[in-house]
Design a protein. Sequence first.
Length: 153
Amino acid sequence: MDKQLQQKLFKKYPEIFQDRFTNRNRMQDGITCGNGWYELIDQACNELRFLGTRFGVLVTFSQVKAKKSEGTLRIYVNPIEFPDWSKYRPCLKLSKANKATVENLISKILHYAMCKSSDICEECGNYGPIQRIEHKHVFCLCNKCWGKLKKGK
């Protein structure tokens, strides 16, 4: 993803992308996928932020990339933190069952983005591309972007 779009996400969701300054994980490499998946990542971040504000959960990304062996988006998160905000907001005290439910929701948000990426061109964001294989790599590209890749542009 180009630097401009990355910066837009980093500025909009600083809490989610806070690990891009550390050496703990691969987030310091930036978002390593095409610009076409920007909307998917933005949507996932927006939903995760909502869960964070609603349930007092801190979700941070450890890596965002295109998985070349499958041609889909992958978003990896750090272990989910459940700070105890109950002394400030008693409604945020979560039981173990509720924590598991929130973790399940987070997993579903990330899984949806991964599955949806197989229907969206990684480069331009057009809907309905065909996955193509080249040298053991799978690409999720529309016909136009596939042609550009084949020509070496």
